[in-house]
Design a protein around this ligand. Structure first.
Ligand code: NAD
Length: 314
């Protein structure tokens, strides 16, 4: 019997690096790479599988849609990434037709799978996937701001010289320009950032919160301007989501999930702290946001809803 079969649609920078991270973590028994550029998928599958002597047993193949049959988890990284200067939202209309083509096929071959969307604009494309799949919302979610939350922790870690894993912090809302750094929820050893600044740290300048928030928002642009794409940290974010899912960890991760009344917001996908286990999203946590963060979250939802209105989802 196959256990933990993962199909990755799109074997580009993000798909192939995610496959590497998942393989290295020993999370899958089978990985199927599917790409319209089959030769690229073949090359990545060969290269990955030649590491067999160094990782737990895993079958890695380049396949067709039919080879994704009975996947437990399908990770969608296919699509067109932003060119320098383009926002994530600019590329939506190039990616919707791709999703219209692939999602119904994936659903036909793996009707009980979980669909994890990584392609950008991730919140919109996760909504698109939800609509085209007909799956319940707990089995369709996006990588959301799991990466941005790690970037936030990494910048806080540098600021305070504290292990990033000991910092509790969340970026919520859109994975993009309107995302929100929830300073009110940020804790180091149980202390709020303001408490930490007044009792431990002596380097909290007047603007440091704004500077860190801007650094998180601009991180992808900074990397894309230099090397044209991002792959390592996003692949680790994907690996972390996969781990929480397949090990039924009930971990809290800021995946992009369907809002159904949270903070008065409905029918849009964006990131909130969610509990993740083998069934997908177990619940969205009703975190106590500060008033300005609630306003920003509503504004982020409005931006995403406007885009959804303009998008042709028929
Ligand atoms: P890439 O161009 O290297 O890879 C995309 C791959 O998709 C290509 O190999 C292409 O051939 C393939 N593809 C296109 N149409 C397809 C189809 N119909 N079926 C199968 N494969 C198809 O791009 P990348 O750098 O790997 O980025 C992939 C996506 O991930 C982009 O949308 C990017 O913006 C997004 N991304 C998301 C995050 C995040 O945090 N959510 C982070 C980084 C990148």
């Amino acid at each position: 019997m196959k256990t933990n079969k993962i199909s990755i649609i799109g074997a580009g920078f993000v798909g192939s690096t995610s496959a590497f991270a998942i393989m290295d973590a020993g999370l899958a028994s089978d990985i199927v790479l599917v790409d319209v550029n089959h030769q690229k998928a073949e090359a990545e599958a060969m290269d990955l599988s030649h590491g067999a002597a160094f990782v737990k047993t895993v079958s890695i193949i380049a396949g067709t849609m039919a080879d994704t049959k009975d996947s437990d988890l399908i990770i969608i990284t296919a699509g067109i990434g932003p060119k320098p200067g383009e926002t994530r939202l600019d590329i939506l209309n190039k990616n919707i037709p791709i999703f219209k083509e692939i999602v119904p096929q994936l659903v036909r071959y793996s009707p009980n799978s979980i669909l994890l969307v990584v392609s950008n604009p991730v919140d919109i494309l996760t909504y698109v996937t939800y609509k085209y799949s007909g799956f319940p919302a707990n089995r369709v979610f996006g990588s959301g701001t799991v990466l941005d939350t790690s970037r936030f922790k990494s910048f806080l870690s540098k600021q305070f010289e504290i292990d990033a894993r000991n910092i509790h912090a969340y970026i919520i809302g859109e994975h993009g320009d309107s995302e929100i750094a929830t300073w009110s929820l940020t804790k180091i050893a149980g202390m709020s950032v303001d408490e930490y600044c007044s009792t431990v740290a002596d380097n909290c300048g007047v603007n440091f919160k704004k500077e860190i928030t801007d650094d998180v928002k601009n991180a992808a642009y900074e990397i894309i301007n230099r090397k044209g794409y991002t792959n390592y940290a996003v692949a680790l974010a994907v690996r972390r989501i996969v781990e929480a899912l397949l090990r039924d960890e009930q971990s809290i991760l800021t995946v992009s999930s369907l809002f159904s009344g949270e903070e008065g917001i409905n029918d849009v996908y964006m990131a909130m702290p969610c509990v993740i286990g083998r069934q997908g999203i177990t619940r969205i946590l009703p975190v106590p946001l500060a008033d300005d963060e609630k306003k920003q979250l509503c504004a982020s939802a409005d931006i995403l809803k406007d885009i959804l209105k303009q998008a042709d989802l028929t």
